[in-house]
Structures are given as structure tokens and as C-alpha cells.
Design a protein. Sequence first.
Length: 392
Amino acid sequence: MNLFWLVLLAVIAYVLYRLFRSSNTSSPKEVGRLKGPGEYDAPIVGESHYQRVLEEICVGRSEEGVEKYVDATLVLEDSNPHDNMAVRIDIEGKTVGYLSRDDARSYRQRLKEDGHPSLTGVCSAVIRGGWDRGGGDVGHFGVFLDLPIDYNESYDSQRPEKTVEKDIYNSTVLTFDVGNPNIKELPECKVNDYVNLWKPSMNPKKISIFRSGTVGGEGKIGFVPNRYFDVISSHVDKGLRIDASIIELAHDKCKIRCKLVSKQELEAEKEKELKSHMKKLTKPYSPRKPIVFVFNAKENHGIQIGEKLKFHFEKSDFYINNPHQWHIQILDSKGNVVGTKSDENSKILEKILKTHFNSYDFDIEVLSTGKACEGYEWYKFPVKVEAKPIKV
């Protein structure tokens, strides 16, 4: 064999070596951990086709259902014949569903912006549902991903803008799905139930949602989604009122309507309440009989049966502006304060005030004192009086 053929064979061998080596040493796909805030509020689609697989992963069904925390792998399925932008979700090496079409594109775009367009992501996830209570009451398995905050924001861009509104008082109205819903508490809830929002001092980066009648312990149905944390947290920190209630409910989902009541609306409510109290106190009123009541006198008052007393009223603005702090001072004949009638019995106070603001005076006489005032043993120095209205 001459030199030419030897050289040619060497070149062919070298080329084949390089091709073989290249095909077997291609770099593996990049895998990265995606750490979320613990909201588990990114749903997937298509689980209905993988219920048997999910049941195997959860080792069967139970009467109460499951809440199994797992790792989920987000696979960029470029070869998918129906959608070359698909993102497949695998758990324990088994396919359980996909990101929705819009979410898959947003997810890929976020990876591209972060400089990892081919990343195989891994994140925490939770499988919920899957109960079997007999009689055909069988729950669907659902999967929710815990993606990073900025990845969740890409999902938010697909949601209708009407989830954030303003009313006539400039109060903010939010509509959102509860983050990380607690399927064990949701059966205790009903549509139109009020819910409580609580920002604990131990974890001020989370706002918990509790069902009606509970807060700070049992009864937590989930969290405020991270995208609404700042606006709701700011409202809580200002001490302003929040009205929140359930508007939609399913076995594994709960939608909340949350109204952040503005200062303007609170002022309007206060003005309305004040007008109501003003109308109540100043409307025409003609007392028909004396007003009898008991008050707790000061110690060592020395009040005697048959003694005449007087009322001392605040100005009308006080009673109108402070409807929950109504009181009337009671004086002896020398003008000394011997006791106070507070709002423990608002009907009597209201009757006295309406009589006073309709230009009546009172002839007040002591009827009994001490133990003779039956039913008022819890007073230290009870004094029973009769106040006869006198038209001035």
C-alpha cells in the first residue's frame, strides 16, 4: 500500500473518531432548582388524563384526600407534535400534566430572559384532592407548582385586569384565588362567608386567610397570593379596614373578593352614622311617663331617699360625634358629681337624651339606695332614681 492510501485511511479514521466522540460527549441538558415563596398557586393542566399515575404516586386514595408535597420537573418538550413550545410536568419520573399554552410560553420567555433557555427546571409542588368517601364521592387529583415570584408574575399577565378595581370611594377591590389552599378547611366554608386576613409578626412576609370565626390558629384556609401582598400589607399596616368574603368555592380552590376600604369611604360611613345619630336624638319626641333607672354612685356619697338630683349634659356635638361613649353626669343639689350613667343601657340613655334635646328639664328624686335596689347587687353603691320630664 502506497503512502497516498495510508494518508487517506488515516484521515478517514480521524474524521470518524471525531464524529463518534462528538456524538457521545454532547453536554447534558442544564438542570436548575426553581425556589418559590411557598404559595403553590401555579396550577397545571391535563391532570385528568393522568389520574391513575397521580393515584400511584400518592399510594392510593383516602377518605380525607391527600396533600402530598413533591418535586416536579418542568421539561421543555420541543418535539411535542401538537405544540413545540410545550412544557411537560413530571413527578417521580412520570408525566402528570402540562403548563397551559400561555403559561408555557411565559415560562420559556422567563428562562430566556434569565439566560437559561434550555433549562430543565425543578420546583416544589403539591398534589391535592383524591379522596374516596364511598357512594361515588371521588375527588379529582390536582397539582400546584411553587414557582419563583417573578415566574408567577408572568402568569399574572395572562389574568384579566378586572381582578383589581376601584369603587366610587376609591377603595381597592381585589379578586383572587387563595394561595396554597387548605383542602381540610375548605369544606367548613361557604360562599358569601366573611374571611379574616392576618399578618403575623413572626412572619410579616405572609398574610394568612382564616375562615369566619377563626384567626391565628385553626381555620387557616390559605394565603394571600404574593402578587397582592404589598398592597394588602400596606393597608394592614395603616390600620385600615379590610372586607373580604368567599365568592367561589371548590374542593381544592377558593376565590376571595377583598375590599381595601379607603379613608374616603370610612369618612363617608362615619358621616352617615353621625347623621343617623343626630336624627335619632333631635327628632320630635314627647315623653309620656317618668324615666326610672339605677346608677352606681361614688363612694361615701351620702345620698338620701327623697333627695333631689340634677343631670349634667355634654354639648350636643359630643353625643352626635361619640355615639359609643354616651354618658350623663348626675349632680347633687350643691352641684357635686355623685355618679355617672354610662352606655351600659343605651335605651335609657337614648330616652333621656331625646327628652333633653326636645327642650325638657327633669325633676329627679332618689327612690332607694343600696340593697333596696334589687337586681343591681353588682353595683357597689346602687342608687335608684325617678326622672320626671318637665317641658321648659
